[in-house]
Design a protein around this ligand. Sequence first.
Ligand code: CO8
Length: 373
Amino acid sequence: MTSVVISGTGLYRPPHVITNAELVEAFNAYAAMQNEKHAAAIAAGERAPIVPSSVEFIEKASGIQRRYVIDKEGVLDPTRMYPRFTERPDDQISLMAEIGVDAARKALEAAGKTGAQVDMVLCAAANMQRAYPAMAIEIQQAIGAGGYGFDMNVACSSATFALEQAVNAVRAGTANCVLIVNPEITSAHLEWRDRDCHFIFGDVCTALIVERADTATSADQWEILGTKLATQFSNNIRNNFGFMNRSEDSDPNARDKTFRQEGRKIFKEVVPMAAAHIEGHLASLGIEPAAVRRYWLHQANVGMNHLVVKKLVGQDAGSEVAPLILDEYANTASAGSIIAFHEHHADLPAGSLGVVCSFGAGYSVGSVVVRRK
Ligand code: CO8
């Protein structure tokens, strides 16, 4: 079987940071304004007041301390509470493709490849800017790649599901060098006015080069030993935004047209699902969980990651075993486990085993077992 490697990674980090303190200040200003506006209805018991948010809760419940965003001013404006992007003409590169190209160029450089050597582009993310043409094809043109490209969405598992598509394409001989990009502009689909989830997400874009081992020249190569994907339907993470909204005569600004979740239920249901998935995948490859040097897990909640690792290796694992990037980046949907891999693999010696694993909406779980060459 053709040996396939990850030979380079790249990261686009947006220019602005929002700390929890800034976020909570904006939310509480919004809440005070709304409560004042609706004071009579609240006093009459017809409407519930908006309860303030708190930095202490956010840090304790999630482990998130700050997040990067493409636009800060719109998000923190209590009269707006979502980012402000300028609509671009059709002959200008789209925002998703622009950040995709930035991360892609860094991954290409790390892999020692040119855009022309890429013959498959996958744009895999939790939200797509438009229906068509595919952002992947726009990125393919911008970097001068050949072959073909397409967009795909499996929410937080988009990157690991794309990794399996890339491996299969290289093994089948339908591609030699695949570029995967994960432009996650989560700020545009987060309800910043909802106290239960306003702190959760951040913007970012990751990129990976996946190619035949016999064409790879990078000094930093990770052989892909196996991929395993699983899905199980759940409404606990849902967004009803879509192209049929107009025909349904539904309100495009209604709460269900942005991200919604049942955080507690997800925590309870996804932790055992992810741990069993990884354990089963490793067993199928004859690998003991304790033999894995590093787990680059989906970054949604610090407690969740501790529990997954504890179920796998039977002890509290520190950041050496399962590095955390959530504190700095928040949840970046499908890019989270890839950021963890990008930032925390350089120290591992040849032969080290690792697992990249995502879990999220769908539900979906994707694991990729790798070994350093
Ligand atoms: N400030 C202060 N108090 C708060 C706040 C706040 N901001 N929010 C809630 N509280 C209060 C609640 O009112 C509640 O009070 P009470 O006990 O009096 O009722 C108390 O805090 C506890 O509330 P919760 O039970 O909701 O809190 P949890 O401890 O469960 O923590 C979390 C909430 C952090 C959301 C946690 O449940 C969690 O992280 N769960 C896992 C979520 C997860 O993994 N989600 C994956 C989704 S990501 C994904 O798949 C990608 C989707 C596509 C991306 C789209 C981009 C936008």
